[in-house]
Design a protein around this ligand. Structure first.
Ligand code: FAD
Ligand code: SF4
Length: 505
């Protein structure tokens, strides 16, 4: 095992080194028929780390090791989490726990349904370290700076330094991005993406990008035209099973006043479901994904999008599997290159790049406010009660499904907050709360950086700003709206257009 520059531990030769219980103050736990056994490694599995191939599990010894998982109230209250988001995390965690127990592994699990539920992850871990006295404590790189800090501190105080293992559920590592960033004046997604295309030999032919271009973005900006989207195939939904129903009951009990609806819950909660969702997307929606990825249509939540972000972020589905499935569909002639490349770029490019930015720039990144924006977030972001048709639709769907597609997030809700001058930290809290896929490493750079230009240009070369005319071109929202996207002043002035000119001023 070797220490990485960022303090994390690298698996050596694909395996973690065996624990050394003899030197530690190992405690006793009853395993297998009540025979007391030394607890050597306590392996922490966080709610977004449900990777069945986790490096922590690779050489799991049922006689010596145990898993630790905790549902903590603060994970749903530090931002005002959408009820569907919380239910998804709880259901996916409980599925993971049950599977691990069925494999004969000990899982120390704290549920919100316990008599005295844990307030925070740190509090739960502190109590369990003192009870279980493991010789070693390990975790895969957490997805949130604050959580990593909290766990490291609890373990330090308990005298068992936390060992942080490199996350193999990505297509690049934090160290790789750091090396890429070294000496560069600006960090653009495109260059890191090209490196990763080469590294993984994806959409490459004889060392060159397939079709001769790295990026087909210019082909991927079509609207639907007057008649709207044609030939949409509804995505495969996964109605709540018994475990999800249990999670929904927990949410109803503990977070009754939280935002959002749960009735539409249809998210994959296991790797098997996630793979079926991937196959459904590749078959039915990837072919239309490319040209229309920036288009919007009133009342259409999914269009040609994949709905895979939550499964990816909870680690139910490896990004390699997803990009390889898209590439295979292109090689088999089932989708065009612009669609396959456009989709692969989102995952191999944007997703890996934002993770790199997060770990490179945190913790200071979260406090940046390059434009000095100080307004509060308007209250209608939590209710959807607003006369502007585009915002009403995007926020309404968000509350209904805990989902909105990228252009709704960037060019409707994000754009309005940017033009209005809302403090980026308030915008960040909203985005972290309301989407099923919201985990800080991916949400924060997208919100504070890409959408709000709060980082002054680390993520984006210029602010993503537009007037109501952009929304008119990319959707049908303006047709049914009380405002006129072309008017910047007067009684029918579109607030986007007015604020756009104000922003430029
Ligand atoms: P598709 O449109 O089908 O895209 C395929 C996949 O590409 C997604 O599943 C996702 O994994 C990846 N992807 C696409 N765009 C991005 C991006 N910009 N950054 C990272 N990955 C990307 N994505 C999250 O996963 N979690 C978030 O909390 C999140 N917050 C966002 C906040 C804002 C303000 C913006 C503008 C974007 C945010 N995104 C976030 C990125 C993107 O909007 C979502 O990943 C996407 O809408 C999820 O829907 P989908 O799975 O149907 O994606
Ligand atoms: Fe949105 Fe303006 Fe169009 Fe109304 S007119 S839908 S507010 S862009």
């Amino acid at each position: 095992m070797r220490g990485a520059a960022d303090g994390s531990v690298q698996p050596s030769g694909g395996k973690l080194s065996r624990p050394t219980s003899r030197g530690g103050q190992a405690g006793l736990v009853g395993l297998g028929g009540g025979v007391p056994t030394t607890l050597n490694r306590l392996l922490l599995i966080l709610g977004d780390q449900l990777d069945r191939a986790s490096p922590l599990l690779r050489d799991f010894d049922p006689a010596l090791d145990a898993l630790w998982m905790a549902e903590a109230t603060a994970e749903s209250t530090k931002v005002w989490s959408h009820r569907q988001r919380t239910a998804l995390f709880l259901s996916a965690m409980r599925h993971f726990r049950d599977e691990q127990r069925a494999l004969g592994r000990t899982v120390h699990y704290r549920s919100l349904d316990d008599e005295a539920p844990a307030a925070t992850l740190g509090e739960a871990l502190r109590a369990d370290l003192s009870r279980l006295k493991p010789a070693r404590v390990l975790v895969v790189e957490p997805g949130e700076w604050g959580v990593r800090d909290e766990l490291v501190e609890v373990c330090r105080v308990a005298g068992r330094p936390l060992e942080i293992v490199v996350d193999t559920h990505f297509l690049s590592t934090v160290a790789e991005f750091r090396a890429h960033a070294e000496g560069r004046k600006s960090l653009r997604m495109e260059f890191f993406y090209r490196e990763l295309r080469r590294k993984h030999n994806l959409l490459m032919e004889n060392g060159e990008p397939a079709g001769g271009e790295w990026n087909y973005d210019a082909d991927n900006r079509e609207s639907f035209g007057r008649d709207g989207p044609r030939g949409l195939v509804r995505p495969l939904l996964f109605p709540p099973d018994a475990t999800t129903r249990g999670a929904l009951a927990t949410v109803a009990k503990h977070f009754p006043g939280h935002p959002g609806k749960v009735e539409s819950f249809g998210w994959p909660v296991t790797p098997e479901d996630a793979r079926r969702a991937l196959a459904d997307f590749i078959e039915n929606r990837l072919p239309g994904f490319g040209p229309h990825q920036d288009a919007m249509w009133e009342g259409e939540a999914w269009l040609w999008h994949s709905r895979l972000s939550a499964a990816l972020n909870l680690k139910l589905l490896h990004p390699r599997e997803v990009v390889e499935a898209a590439e295979a569909a292109w090689r088999a002639g089932r989708v065009g290159l612009a669609s396959a490349e456009g989709f692969i770029r989102q995952i191999l490019g944007w997703r890996e790049y934002v993770r790199g930015i997060y770990w490179l720039r945190m913790p200071g990144y979260a406090q940046l406010n390059a434009l000095g924006a100080v307004e509060e977030l308007p209250g209608f972001y939590w209710t959807g009660k607003v006369p502007m048709a585009c915002l009403r639709d995007a926020i309404g769907m968000t509350l209904e499904n805990a989902y909105a597609h990228h252009i709704q997030r960037l060019m409707v809700t994000g754009l309005y907050a940017l033009l209005l001058g809302v403090r980026p930290q308030r915008v960040h809290e909203w985005y972290l709360a309301v989407y099923v896929d919201a985990v800080e490493w991916v949400e924060l750079p997208n919100t504070l950086g890409m959408s709000q230009f709060g980082d002054g240009g680390i993520m984006a070369s210029k602010p993503y700003v537009a007037s109501g005319k952009y929304i008119e071109r990319m959707s049908n929202h303006c047709r049914g709206c009380a405002f006129d996207p072309a008017a910047a002043t007067g009684p029918k002035a579109c607030p986007f257009t007015t604020l756009y000119w104000d922003f430029l001023d």
